[in-house]
Structure formats: structure tokens, C-alpha cells
Design a binder for this molecule. Sequence first.
Ligand code: NAD
Length: 308
Amino acid sequence: MLGGKVAIVTGAGLGIGREEALALATHGARVLVNDLAPQDGGSDNAAETVRMIRGAGGEAVAFHEDVGSFDAGRRIVEAALDAFGRLDILVNNAGFARPASIAEMTEEEWHSVIAVHLTGHFATTRHAAPIFRDQRSGVIVNTASESGLGHLGMANYAAAKEGIVAFTKSVARELAQYGVRCNAIRPRALTNMGSEKLFETLTTSQDVLGFPIHGNRWVNLDEINPPAQVGQFVAWLCSDASRPANGETFFVGGGTVGLYSDPEIVRSMHDADGWTPQRLSEPAARAYLLDGVEDRYSGKAARREGVL
Ligand SMILES: NC(=O)c1ccc[n+]([C@@H]2O[C@H](COP(=O)([O-])OP(=O)(O)OC[C@H]3O[C@@H](n4cnc5c(N)ncnc54)[C@H](O)[C@@H]3O)[C@@H](O)[C@H]2O)c1
């Protein structure tokens, strides 16, 4: 399915990224496996992913780089060209979370999360784009999250992830004329970041609070699986079999795959003279605009203590 193609997967030393690299290699791609360099005598996870790919008869090289800067993106793209002489697929996956209440979030917690996700996606894509444009082909898969639809206690992560959706749709519009596609996934999988404990906390908290802690689908522990399914889905998304998908956002996790809609205006009023607070408060106008709108998040606020 991907024979002859060369792929980059960022954050491919563990979790979802590792499964994406394995799946891409199984389907014939040669893979640049990016992850952080081993720290404090820890294990070299990127090298381990490469060993796994080679052990299964595939081709891969490891490249250690922190994705969160413009120059890092350039070095990652250059490393793939140096290793394999071309580039066809870019899977932006690397990332981490720094949960914090918005009333207490530090500048570092904000900037580090924006850097690894949003800048990390921008930097590699920025340096792959001229190659894809000139060769008139290429596929980009970005990693968003259900958290982008709102996540209690992770405003930094949610903002970065929904920025990635906007980035994806914009890049798709821009590069489509060159035959390049750019889509995003909102995955769910058991990993270091998506730990069993985290999903249990989300489940308990949503039961107590009465609304989904993140996104608009309730977390159901039966749906939380290891990330192999995400890898298979992304391999498909990187292949011609997923045409014409471009600028789309998909759910993938626990045996379920799905396509997200774009937000739409669900009702509107027009007045050529414009609206004032007084006019918007007139009963008919107010009732029309706010029909069906309810206070979704404060109903059980009194029970929050000790939940998250
Ligand atoms: N697991 C889930 O349910 C879930 C849900 C939504 C989104 N995601 C997203 O999926 C992606 C992968 O997450 P995961 O669950 O596999 O997490 P993970 O922690 O298991 O793996 C993330 C990998 O990214 C690497 N990484 C972190 N910072 C990096 C950096 N600056 N440069 C290069 N590599 C870096 C880590 O070393 C690690 O190998 C992330 O973008 C995450 O936000 C995961």
C-alpha cells in the first residue's frame, strides 16, 4: 500500500507514534522515527522502535530531536532526506500534556504545551511543504484531540489541539492545488499519556459532574484500547485509498473510527441596522437566539470538590 514511500513520524518512540511507525513500515514505507534523545540514562525509545521495524523486515532510522522549534522541524525533514533521499508522508504526533487549572496555570505550562503541539506541527510541515509542493504529492496527518472540543483542567492542551485542527484545514486548502492532502485525527488509546488511571479519573469525574470532561463523547472504559488501531488507521489515511479526504478530522479509538463535522451556525438573525444589547434582550429575539441553550457545566458545581 505504501511501497516506495518515505515517512516521518514524530514522537514515534512510544505509544501512538510507535504504532504509526510500525504500521507505516508494515505497509511498505521507510520511516524516520523521531523522538527525544534518551534522558538521564533512560532507554532510547526511538532506537527501540527502529529495532522493532527492522525485526519485522522493514526499513527505519532513528532521529533524536525535540520538535518544538522552527529549526528542529527543518532538521527532522533534512534527516529523512539524508536517510532515504525523498519524503512522501509526514505524521505529526509528538506531544505531552501539562494539566493545570486556568486560575493557576503558569506561563511555562502554557508555552511548553503550545510549543510541542502547535509549533511542533507547524515546523515540520513548514519544511516539508516546499518538497511536497515541488514534487506535486505528499500526505500530512496531524494529531488533534477530543480535548480540543473543551477539556476541564487542560485549557493549554485543548487550545493547542484545536489550533492543530485549524492548521490542518488551512494547510489542506493551500496545498490541495499541488495534490497534497492534510488531515487530522482525534485519537483515544491506552498509552503513557492516555493511561488507564487517567481514563478512570475522567470516567469517575464525568459521572459526578454530569458532563464529559473532554470533548462531546462520554469516556467509556470499554472503548479504551492499546494504540495499534490508531496506527492502522493512520497508515490508511496516508495511502491513496483514503482519497478524497483532505482537511478532514477523524475520530479513531477502541475499534471505532468516525468523521467529524465542521461547526456550523445553527440559527441566525439579521438586521441591517445592527444589534444592541437592548434589542438582543427583547423577548422574541432572545428566545430565538438562545433556544435550546442551557447552562451545561455548572449544574453540579457544588460536587466538584476533590474530583479533578
Ligand atoms: N492517548 C490518547 O488517548 C490521546 C488522545 C488524544 C490525543 N493524543 C495525542 O496523541 C499523541 C501521542 O500521544 P500518546 O498517547 O502516544 O503519548 P505517549 O506519551 O505515549 O507518547 C508520546 C511520545 O512523544 C514523545 N515526545 C514528547 N515530547 C516530544 C518532543 N518535544 N519532541 C519529540 N518527541 C516528543 C515522547 O517521548 C513519547 O515517545 C500526542 O500528540 C497526544 O496529545 C493521545
